[in-house]
Ligand binder design. Structure first.
Ligand SMILES: [Zn+2]
Length: 495
């Protein structure tokens, strides 16, 4: 590396709007503003670091003050363009809001902006990290913003727009810079590497892009560092080793182990990652990413996917993802990264196994649908009866008379468990067709005639008496419920 080496991020700073990647709508709006001569007096550029805010501000300044301009394609050769590139233009003043945040400094700025520009058309103030200004400084700035001299343009940049006074924001045209997509970053890095005669594996480019979290500058800095480490050939394994990342194959295998509740494998993988000094927090983020992909796949494929080795429903994946996210903070900030990482994985296993009440009810309903389907019967509610005096299933093998039921009903109170079972069974009955016809053979009194919604208690009871033994047995076995008494259901309360 010879003296005067300039890092990639600086050498590849965009010199034209078309080189500004990943922020298409901002580029289009600014270009239109320049060519339509509709230049505002204040702009607010908001977005995560490294997404192109400062580059955009400088490019915009160049476009306005270029000797050939205002133009959407600054020449980059005239004195004005060159001064702005070098950062020593008298008309384009860059201020770091973090270190120049006092009210006195803003007052100086107010004085200064009264003077006409020396060379260009506009005097442009680029204030970076503007949210760091003190409240008094903001208020001092506000006066200038309300009635700026016609030659003055403010460009504010911030990563935290919420900290900027609303009265300031409302006087600016606001541009939201988005994190740049991994694929766009990888593509840009690839073209940089090609120009610099460096061969980089595609997987390595993907990994760098993922590491950069949507920031082009970060991605370029990482590429710089990898060139220093590897020379002119960069492999994925090099990037994983230098940044302590878990190999994607291990992350995938780990997540499959979580889905399969394979505790031994989970512990082995964690040991391996820890031994190799991998960044477990980063691995947790990668696991989340993979879970999210599976979740999206499940949503697209009617609610279930097998991409993690076993069929998983969207809701299970959602709970896994929540468990992994829940532990994010403790893995990052906790005392033992490894222990907290293990806890995160184990709670993800638990979460994927837990079942929501609603899914359980759906499942039970599904089971009940396997019951014999009656022919030509309208939907109808049937309440259930159960002789609670004798909970032995064998007792239901004998047909029971109405009198017996009545008698037994009075002799014993239901236990809590029975009540719960009843209510589940009640829900179940709502969706179920009447339980009668195919069992007609075993229930002598049942005929194939249509059943109508019973109005009176005796009618109900006689209907229940017709429920065949096979059906009763099925419900007992599948729901662990018992026929206890006949009750009319208030249809208004049914879901
Ligand atoms: Zn120029």
């Amino acid at each position: 590396m010879e003296a005067g080496y300039q890092v990639i991020a600086r050498r590849w700073r965009p010199k034209q709007f078309d080189e500004l990647v990943g922020q298409d709508y901002i580029v289009r709006t600014l270009k239109n503003a320049i060519s339509g001569k509709r230049i505002a007096h204040a702009y607010m550029l908001v977005g995560p670091r490294g997404t192109g805010k400062t580059s955009t501000a400088r490019l915009f300044a160049k476009a306005l003050n270029c000797e050939q301009g205002p133009t959407v394609t600054p020449c980059n050769q005239c004195p004005s363009c060159e001064e702005i590139t070098a950062g020593n233009s008298l008309d384009v003043i860059e201020i770091d809001g973090a270190s120049n945040n006092s009210v006195e400094q803003v007052r100086e700025l107010r004085e200064d902006c009264q003077y006409a520009p020396t060379r260009g058309r506009y005097k442009i103030y680029i204030i970076d990290e503007v949210h760091m200004l003190s409240n008094a400084a903001f208020n001092a700035l506000l006066k200038t913003l309300e009635e700026p001299p016609s030659h003055v343009i403010f460009i504010f940049a911030t990563t935290e727009a919420r900290k900027v006074l609303a009265t300031i924001v409302s006087r600016c045209q606001r541009f939201a810079f988005r994190p740049i997509a991994d694929s766009v970053i990888a593509e840009k890095l690839s073209s940089i590497a090609q120009t610099e005669n460096i061969s980089v594996e595609d997987e390595a480019l993907q990994t760098i892009a993922r590491l950069a979290n949507g920031g082009m500058r970060d991605a370029q800095s990482i590429l710089d560092q990898m060139i220093s480490f590897c020379g002119d050939a960069i492999k994925e394994q090099d990037v994983l080793d230098v940044y302590g990342l878990a190999p994607p194959k291990v992350v995938e295998s780990l997540l499959k182990a979580v889905a399969a509740a394979d505790y031994n494998k989970i512990i082995d993988h964690v040991e391996e990652l820890d031994r190799e000094g991998r960044d477990l927090y980063r691995a947790l983020l990668d696991l989340q990413d993979l879970t999210r992909q599976a979740l999206l796949e499940a949503v697209r494929q009617n609610g279930s996917t097998s991409s993690l080795g076993r069929p998983l429903r969207a809701e299970e994946l959602m709970r896994m993802l929540e468990a992994l996210r829940d532990k994010e903070h403790s893995v990052k900030m906790g005392l033992s990264e490894k222990v907290n990482f293990e806890v995160a994985l184990l709670s993800a296993v638990e979460a994927s196994r837990a079942r929501a009440i609603d899914s359980l009810i759906r499942e039970i309903s599904g089971l009940a649908k396997e019951l014999p389907e009656p022919e030509g019967s309208p939907k109808k509610k049937v309440a259930q009866a159960e002789p609670s005096a004798n909970p032995e299933p064998s007792s239901y093998n004998q047909p029971q008379s109405k009198e017996e039921e009545e008698k037994e009903k009075d002799t014993e109170q239901p236990t809590e468990q029975e009540i719960v079972n009843e209510s589940i069974a009640e829900e179940l009955m709502v969706e179920e067709p009447p339980l009668s016809s195919s069992a007609a053979a075993s229930a002598p009194s049942t005929s194939n005639e249509e059943l109508v919604l019973p109005e009176t208690q005796p009618e109900l009871e006689s209907l229940v008496a017709k429920i065949p033994q096979s059906t009763k047995k099925f419900i007992e076995e599948q729901l662990r419920g018992h026929f206890r008494e006949v009750q009319k259901i208030d249809t208004a309360k049914l879901i």
